[in-house]
Design a binder for this molecule. Structure first.
Ligand SMILES: C[S@@+](CC[C@H](N)C(=O)[O-])C[C@H]1O[C@@H](n2cnc3c(N)ncnc32)[C@H](O)[C@@H]1O
Length: 512
């Protein structure tokens, strides 16, 4: 995790004021459509609901295999026994990756050895449940609980696992020192001066006793300057509050958030404590007590909730299906494919297309029955070729949609989507990848209902590309939208309440 707060000559982070905190600013002018910067997430996960129906690499999220392998995978998911394959021909959306299994055969797949290694050594070795794990396994229980309550716990576990891996692998981490972890609320910390209006957790290895200061912070013991650096860089650099102070909306109550967090942390402790005690680098009571405390966990969840971004891009099979049938406005194969190839391809795809259509109908019925406002992951109608804004997603039950900070789906998003006709929507049969994560620089971008940037995933992997939606002058602040900015004023204000603030961009001031 290398935090980066500027790209010299392109963008830099600046402190604005107490209300807004910091923002990201252009250091040079950018033309409409120009790439401002690209970045990979620090932590990221695929939405659970999306896992069976978007078969992607567990590290970079690229769709796995090839068009044919994708199709065979979904046939297996739906129990379709058919052997026909797509004909070979040059297609814009054709691709080939290898498929590697996790070392421990837990079911996770990767597109390359490099992706498998990166995921395993950065966090997966801590979170992997292996093959044929009994239901009683605490990590299995933790994951099950996250799926049933809130997927944000999965992202938090990944962040904690990354921290543990870094400590465990750092050669200097057995040199104890005094450290301060700014866990308490920080909203408006200055750019370089990371002062918080808070008390901090002070640690020393000279004693194992814990004392309480006048401000209820604890003197605790943690080893290693590395722990300090990691915690400081993370907690000082991003806004955070306790999770239940960040976003409680119609999807879950404050009480639920507290109960779930307690249950979740208890399971995580059961899973991780034996592991931490087994490694001399991490076997420190105070370290364990701190990173697995409710104070740490609730702030970590709050930090993730306040700073996450959605990640989404099309399934190449869907692009292929649209391409051969000239559906939507995407780039089509040139020259157009011959009719016999098109017919053959459609015939091969037919059973999987039918199975997905039925699946989407069942999902929609279930949503209707449950009167659920959680499943913004619409399969289709909101997904036309040009506008993938607001492809909201839920972080499991009750997380209720992402902050939706940007997250246009792919390279078609830069077209003039404002001019898109309301009814010009294209059915999405093969589901897109849908996930969320924390991006170091994007997390510094503030909201406006008149954004000047958009986020696209044009490589069809987790690398976010930030592009200008209009000409941006040097020195201007970059804004993206956390909500569906095309909604009317009242709806936007309602949506913004979940962020605990009222925004006053030009559009809102004029009540447009
Ligand atoms: C993803 S962070 C953006 C970076 C943040 N300003 C910082 O200093 O770390 C989101 C938080 O920034 C603040 N924020 C974002 N846009 C804002 C705006 N237009 N006006 C005021 N505060 C804003 C809110 O506190 C929000 O919860």
């Amino acid at each position: 995790m290398n935090l980066q707060f500027s790209i010299p000559g392109f963008v830099s982070r600046r402190y604005i004021n107490e209300t807004k905190g910091r923002g990201l600013f252009a250091e040079k002018s950018f033309e409409k459509g120009e790439l401002i910067f690209s970045e990979r997430p620090l932590f990221s996960v695929q939405h659970v609901y999306n896992r069976a129906t978007a078969w992607t690499c567990g590290n970079c999220f690229k769709f796995l295999g090839s068009l044919n392998k994708q199709m065979l995978h979904y046939r297996k998911v739906f129990g379709i026994k058919e052997a026909s394959e797509l004909p070979e021909f040059e297609n814009l959306f054709n691709f080939h990756t290898k498929v590697y299994s996790c070392f421990a055969k837990c079911g996770e797949k990767y597109c390359s050895e490099e992706c498998r290694n990166v995921a395993f050594y950065s966090h997966h070795q801590i979170l992997c449940v292996g093959e044929q794990t009994p239901d009683s396994n605490p990590m299995y229980q933790f994951k099950k609980h996250s799926i049933e309550t809130n997927e944000l716990f999965l992202l938090a576990a990944q962040a904690i696992a990354c921290l543990i891996c870094r400590i465990a692998n750092d050669p200097s981490s057995d040199q104890p020192t005094q450290i301060k972890i700014p866990l308490t609320t920080n909203n408006n910390n200055n750019n370089n001066n990371n002062t918080t209006t808070t008390t901090t957790t002070t640690t020393t290895t000279t004693t194992t006793t814990t004392t309480t200061t006048g401000n209820s912070s604890q003197d605790t013991i943690i080893q290693a300057p590395l722990v300090e650096r990691i915690c400081n860089e993370f907690f000082s650099e991003y806004q955070h509050r306790e999770w239940w102070d960040v976003r409680i909306d119609g999807n879950f109550t404050l009480e639920e958030a507290k109960v779930w967090s307690n249950e979740s942390l208890e399971l995580l402790r059961k899973a991780l404590i034996p592991l931490l005690q087994n490694n001399p680098k991490t076997n420190n009571q105070v370290f364990i007590g701190t990173v697995l405390s409710m104070e740490f966990y609730s702030h970590l969840l709050g930090l993730l909730e306040m700073n996450d971004n959605s990640i989404g891009f099309f399934n190449p099979l869907e692009l292929f299906r649209r391409d051969i049938n000239a559906i939507g406005k995407g780039p089509f194969t040139t020259p157009p494919i011959q009719k016999n190839l098109k017919d053959r391809s459609n015939a091969v795809l037919a059973s999987t297309v039918d199975a997905f259509r039925q699946y989407h109908n069942e999902q929609d019925d279930q949503c209707d029955q449950e009167d659920c406002n959680d499943h913004e992951h619409s399969h289709g109608d909101s997904m036309d070729d040009d506008d993938h804004h607001g492809h909201g997603h839920s972080h499991g039950h009750g997380h209720g949609g992402s902050h939706g900070h940007g997250g246009s789906h792919d390279d078609h998003a830069m077209e003039d989507n404002q001019e898109e006709e309301e009814d010009d929507v294209v059915e999405e049969v093969f589901p897109s990848f849908d996930g969320f994560g924390i991006f170091g620089l994007q997390a510094m971008v503030n909201h406006s209902c008149e954004p000047n940037i958009t986020v696209v995933f044009e490589n069809h992997d987790n690398r976010a590309h930030i592009k200008a939606t209009r000409r941006i002058e040097a020195g201007e602040e970059l804004f993206h939208t956390y909500i569906e900015e095309t909604n009317p004023y009242d709806v936007r204000q309602e949506d913004l309440i979940t962020y605990g603030l009222k925004w006053e961009c030009g559009k809102c001031l004029e009540k447009i």
